[in-house]
Design a protein around this ligand. Structure first.
Ligand code: ADP
Length: 249
């Protein structure tokens, strides 16, 4: 019915139709949690913990992009130079990627979106997605911290190559140097975690963040959480918000 490549709000009809056609795909998403905040504020760490605690699927656009880079896909080849410069991958690419991901059946109990949306256009595209797939509740958490703290954290960040578990050499070191406590795999530093690229990523975030936060604030969805505290304290504050804003609300 729709020609290939037809888009509405940046969404591809081909994906919507294939999602409708196949069994076990998502018709509604019980709960959507959106994590906003600058690079290094702890979105990934918190998303992993909150996902486990609330049975939500953690979807990180950064992880999906890095996986594509790692596998050398067409998307990965396009995205790599952009990521290496600390800039944003084009909205259409990211939207198609997210849409393909969130219609999978493992997302139907709820999602925690980490690193998406990052622009107003992505936020409007996401709205198109959950109008179609019907999310019963949406909570936006804006995690905030000072830029110098972010730079310090990210230069000390190490990530498990296999599981994606996140460590920090200063405040959350692994028990054995460069080895993941959870599965014994090697830890690595992200190539874009260098001082110059980190500063560019923070600058890029700040350019896009204000309109995004205003957009969600106008809908009464935003809750600010301080990200400078230790991860357990940040998580406790996030849980207070999520427990208050249940999916039945
Ligand atoms: P960061 O901590 O820098 O926010 P992420 O892992 O979320 O790290 O993202 C790494 C890079 O992937 C970003 O600098 C950007 O180039 C790209 N990226 C991730 N998510 C998006 C998005 N929603 N839109 C555009 N680019 C993205």
């Amino acid at each position: 019915m729709y020609p290939e490549g037809t888009t509405l709000n940046g969404l591809n009809f081909r994906y919507q139709r294939s999602a409708q056609a196949s069994a076990g795909t998502l018709w509604y998403c019980a709960r959507m949690v959106i994590l906003l905040g600058p690079p290094g504020v702890g979105k990934g760490t918190q998303a992993q913990r909150i996902a486990e605690q609330y049975g939500l699927q953690h979807v990180s656009t950064g992880d999906v992009l890095r996986d594509n880079v790692h596998r050398g896909t067409e998307l990965g080849r396009k995205a790599k130079p952009i990521i290496d410069r600390g800039e944003l991958v084009p909205d259409d690419i990211v939207l198609a990627m997210v849409q393909a991901r969130v219609v999978q059946s493992d997302c139907k109990n709820g999602l925690i979106l980490d690193g998406f949306p990052r622009t107003l256009r992505q936020a409007k595209g996401l709205e198109g997605i959950y109008r179609l797939y019907k999310s019963r509740s949406t909570t936006v958490l804006n995690i905030v911290a000072q830029p110098e703290l972010l730079v310090r954290r990210m230069t000390n960040r190490r990530i498990c190559k296999m599981s994606g578990h996140i460590y920090n050499l200063v405040n959350r070191p692994p028990m054995r140097p460069d080895i993941c406590d959870a599965d014994g795999s090697e830890l690595m530093q992200r190539p874009d975690d260098t001082d110059a690229v980190i500063r560019e990523r923070i600058r890029t975030y700040e350019c896009h963040a204000r309109p995004l936060i205003d957009y969600y604030s106008a809908q009464g969805l935003v809750h600010e959480v301080q990200g400078a505290a230790d991860p357990d304290a940040v998580r406790a504050n996030i849980m207070k918000v999520l427990d208050r804003e249940g999916p039945t609300k």
